[in-house]
Design a protein around this ligand. Structure first.
Ligand code: EPS
Length: 356
């Protein structure tokens, strides 16, 4: 039993779609809670004017009846309101009539730091729009919708996940210089029982899975769990979290491991950080090459965010929630949500000595 999410959708196409399978039956979903997370992702200083065009709302086409999951695949849709301005340019079928609206002219000026050039070479695209539409961080709206569903499942067993911004470059200065900035975000999960993930193989390791989930978000270039890179410079005597036992049970007084040892959750807070690079669309463009002429040229300039670090904190929260929910489904199983909750309860009974 595991959770799976398959997605599709271009940034200016009709919609983003996702199929989430592996949920138990009977899980209560609140439309407002999913939409609230979608709205959080859209907010934040430094976002592009595109965010005023969009007002993301989830639509559910299957797998839900009267607000409860059916135990069948959940089909999620987030429409792109901006698509009405791109109907010809992003028409899935050969468009009728003369070109109109946006996206009608091929783009041949790859942006350094973006998937534009690698995507053009890999797929043989002569118009980098064919790459950038899917490489776009617009896709993270669906990640957040699925993450909100995962959070509802995790809440059933007392797990809460929260994403926050740790540091961010100076946006006003960058904007004045027609530049972009990145930053660092952190996702923290409380109430994670010991025993999610496994040390048995690299595919089971919870830290490897969380790192892959977070590294898979657009513009993320580094991930660490707990004290991460800082541990490399410390001695073992200062790096590890000593184990104590008192009336609270077995517990730690530090959490440098970020809640994971040997690829397995240890009952402490799970802490994952992500480093986001500055976004690659600069209003003062970097040097590039025109793919049509082969001549030096300036990279594409188009509407973009100056920073999306606050959005990343929401997406990282969703991605960590999804991966934890997947690990919890593997450990506790259950066709009905009550079975899942009962298995979690029985497991906690077996380990009364834990810090929980
Ligand atoms: C993005 C470019 C901008 C962002 C977009 C990601 O969109 P546009 O090209 O339409 O101006 O607003 O992010 C979103 C639309 C979103 O919902 O997060 C990019 O190139 O990655």
């Amino acid at each position: 039993m595991t959770l799976k999410l398959a997605t599709a959708g271009e940034s200016h196409g009709p919609a983003l779609v996702g199929i989430l399978s592996g949920l138990p039956a009977g899980l209560v979903l609140e439309r407002d809670a999913i939409d609230a997370d979608l709205a959080r992702r859209q907010q934040g200083y430094g976002r592009s004017p595109r965010q005023q065009l969009e007002q993301d709302r989830v639509e559910v086409l299957a797998g839900l009846r009267h607000g409860r999951t059916l135990g069948t695949p959940l089909a999620l849709v987030v429409h792109n309101r901006d698509h009405k301005n791109w109907e010809w340019g992003m028409s899935p079928w050969r468009p009728d009539g003369d070109p109109s609206g946006k996206g009608t002219k091929p783009i041949t000026l790859p942006r350094p730091g973006h998937a534009d050039l690698a995507g053009a070479l890999k797929f043989g695209h002569t118009d980098t729009r064919n790459t950038l539409e899917r490489a776009s961080a617009r896709q993270t709206a669906l990640t957040v919708a699925a993450g909100a569903v995962a959070k509802a499942l995790l809440r059933e067993i007392g797990i809460e996940v929260e994403g926050v911004v740790v540091t961010m470059g100076n946006i006003d200065e960058a904007k004045a210089d027609r530049d972009t900035v990145g930053g660092i975000v952190e996702a923290r999960a409380r109430g994670v029982p010991p025993g999610l993930g496994s040390y048995a193989t690299k595919d089971d390791r919870l830290d490897a899975r969380l790192a892959a989930a977070v590294m898979g978000i657009q513009a993320v270039k580094g991930v660490e769990v707990g004290a991460g890179f800082e541990l490399a410079g410390q001695r073992g005597s200062e790096a590890h979290d000593e184990i104590f036992k008192d009336e609270r049970g077995i517990h730690r007084e530090t959490n440098r491991a970020g809640g994971i040892e040997g690829g397995v959750s240890n009952g402490e807070e799970v802490v994952v950080r992500a480093a986001m690079k500055p976004l690659p669309t600069l209003m003062r463009p970097l040097r590039s090459v025109d793919l049509e002429t082969g001549e030096p040229a300036e990279a594409l300039v188009e509407r973009s965010d100056v920073a999306a670090v606050e959005a990343l904190s929401v997406v990282a929260e969703a991605s960590v929630a999804f991966e934890l929910a997947r690990a919890a489904r593997e450990k506790f199983g259950g066709d009905a949500v009550g079975d899942f909750v009962a298995a979690h309860g029985a497991y906690l009974e077996r380990i009364p000595w834990s810090a929980r």
